[in-house]
Design a protein around this ligand. Structure first.
Ligand code: GAL
Length: 347
């Protein structure tokens, strides 16, 4: 008799457990099913930066494509930090209080990401950082932190390669006065930006290793800005008239600024200028013969990947199944060398 009771009790237990599981599963399923909207908060370090402006526009496009492809409604709010970290921190606070599913952060000051990371961790909201890379120690703090950028060394090696090829083909393209030296000026991005330091170092190294006899005239920090690149170049053209043969710039905007100065000063010497980014303005400058070369980042891929990671992380999906990441958190976009000659061939 006792055995029979025990048997019935076990059977009843199994039944209750099974029913419970089925109920939980369907409830859980409904929870997931309900997620028909994805709320994304994007904050930019400066909306007036040409490269960032291009990427941010393409993130909005990527969101529209995602909406069409998946039927999931995307509510994307994009704000400008205007170069002010405190303002950006408040923007993040606001996004969190509005209940976004994920944050995309182009951080103003890459050395102080901990404020944003703390807030995101508390609220369990994943963060996709892009273009301005937080230090590794910060990135390691949580598995829901991601970074999308470009390999600075690769960009610089490609930039240097454009010049090495040109010099090998015809030394007089760079050594304009034929004195056996290529005299150059250097326009650097922001101090402390991961891209500036590495791009400068590897561009020069590639030229030297490639056998180009370099002589540095001078250099300056132009903070990625066209106006600052232009102001430097104007000053250098006054200080070193007839000496500058080459301008190596960490990005296209400063390179275009140097071209503006040459134009303003009506210098007809074929000073060569190279940049990095391949922004719409940079490519236009290349076609117009203002820039000799640039390294173009695939900005569509860049924006698409930022959005794909954001969507997967924001919906609690497995991000690695959507995008292949290095170390579970890093993604580097493709880049390619572009020269005026090549552009001509394409058109
Ligand atoms: C660099 C880019 C620059 C500027 C900067 C902003 O990667 O080459 O043009 O946009 O990022 O962080």
């Amino acid at each position: 008799m006792k055995r029979k009771h025990l048997f019935i009790a076990v059977l009843a237990g199994i039944f209750i457990l099974g029913a419970g599981c089925i109920f939980f599963q369907s409830w859980n399923h409904e929870e997931k099913e309900e997620k028909k909207t994805l709320r994304v908060g994007v904050t930019l370090y400066r909306g007036d930066d040409s490269f960032i402006n291009d990427i941010s526009g393409k993130i909005v496009e990527a969101a529209k494509t995602y909406e069409k492809d998946t039927g999931i409604k995307v509510v994307l709010d994009e704000v400008d930090g205007r170069g002010d970290q405190n303002q950006q921190n408040s923007q993040v606070d606001r996004f969190i209080s509005l209940g976004v599913d994920v944050l995309c952060v182009n951080i103003v000051d890459r050395s102080v990401a901990s404020y944003i990371i703390d807030k995101a961790m508390d609220a369990d909201i994943p963060v996709v950082f892009f273009n301005r890379e937080p230090v590794e120690e910060d990135m390691r703090r949580w598995e829901k932190l991601y970074y999308v950028g470009e390999d600075a060394r690769e960009a610089a090696v490609l930039q240097g390669g454009i010049l090495v090829d040109a010099y090998k083909k015809d030394t007089s393209t760079l050594d304009l006065d034929g004195d056996g030296k290529v005299s150059y000026v250097l326009l650097e991005g922001e101090t402390g930006h991961q891209d500036s330091l590495i791009r400068t170092e590897w561009s020069i190294k590639t030229l030297k290793d490639g056998g180009v006899p370099l002589e540095k005239i001078t250099g300056g920090i132009g903070n990625w800005e066209r106006s600052q690149g232009s102001a430097w170049m104007e000053q250098w053209l006054d200080e070193y008239p007839n000496e500058i043969e080459l301008v190596i710039s960490n990005n296209d905007d400063m390179a275009l600024g140097a071209a503006d100065a040459l134009e303003r000063k009506k210098i007809n010497r074929p000073v060569k200028i190279v940049g990095i980014d391949g922004t719409p303005q940079g490519m236009e400058g290349l076609r117009a013969g203002k820039l000799f070369g640039t390294v173009q980042c695939d900005s569509e891929e860049y924006a698409r990947v930022v959005f794909q990671i954001a969507a997967a992380a924001g919906l609690g999906q497995n991000v690695q199944e959507t995008v292949e990441l290095e170390d579970g958190k890093y993604y580097n976009c493709s880049q390619a060398a572009r020269t005026a000659d090549e552009e001509e061939k394409h058109n």
